[in-house]
Design a protein around this ligand. Sequence first.
Ligand SMILES: Nc1ncnc2c1ncn2[C@@H]1O[C@H](COP(=O)(O)OP(=O)(O)OP(=O)(O)O)[C@@H](O)[C@H]1O
Ligand SMILES: [Mg+2]
Length: 285
Amino acid sequence: MTTQADSLQLLAAAPARRAGAPLIGVTGGKGGIGKSTIAANLAIALARGVRRGVAPDVLLVDCDLGLSSLDAILNFPRRRNISDAMDRRLPMRQCILRAQGGVNVLLAPRGIERFASLDTAERASLILQLNECSRARDVTILDLPAGIHADGLALAHSADYLIVVVTPDPASLADAYAVIKIAKERAAGTRIGLLVNQAPGPVAARQLTDRFAAIAKRFLEKEIEPLGWVPRDPAVSRATLARNPVVLSEPGSPAAAAIRVFAGRVSGVLETLRRERDADSSAWM
Ligand SMILES: Nc1ncnc2c1ncn2[C@@H]1O[C@H](COP(=O)(O)OP(=O)(O)OP(=O)(O)O)[C@@H](O)[C@H]1O
Ligand SMILES: [Mg+2]
């Protein structure tokens, strides 16, 4: 267990913006809208090399420390996970497992009450250890818990880029607005992209994206980058039941094709983040 003194030291050491490989948070206001599905399939699509055949080294992290789900989505028997590192039984890098589709994954514990809500010191320690693990990778994707849970917010704050998942459901849109408002208050400079999941079609998805971006710009003075849409597709439900992500189980499905297009856009974002980071570091030489 981390002491109060450790906590202050860790917080002082934890930078709001990190050096190293980009950290992408996948978030959204509401539960059950497809955040984990999108995070897992995005990680696999990136790891398989969506651009010019270049396959990056991807780390996918289940940040829902109370109710993990990536173990089910990726059909992983629950073994080593983040709780082993938090309890200092293992260094976090030794908790990383190799999952389907060539993705490296850090699983979350499930049903261990004390991990459902961390204290400040544990949260800071988790962020520092994740930063350490992400440094050796090309990109790290954080599957964040729904809403404005304190742990989720702290982790979202540590990300270089936030992907906000919404569905056409009005409750999902209102909650996503709240998440963006808080993200802006906590880390004004973090870039935010919007993905519409479970959309009925391209026209509805485009209209929703434009409307949402206009509202965010007007009331929050925040630019939202459109990242596209994924249709509501029974192939995704089948993939969830089969515990085999849709980009692997049904690569020809409309959802898998849309996820590959979305992953291509995320690749473009990663390139700009890397260029910005390189420019920042050369400014200090
Ligand atoms: N595009 C889609 N088409 C059809 N079903 C979908 C789609 N996206 C997600 N789903 C289904 O929605 C359900 C919830 O997905 P998921 O677990 O990814 O949501 P979540 O936002 O991560 O939930 P939680 O907030 O509990 O972490 C799953 O059964 C999944 O199959
Ligand atoms: Mg989830």
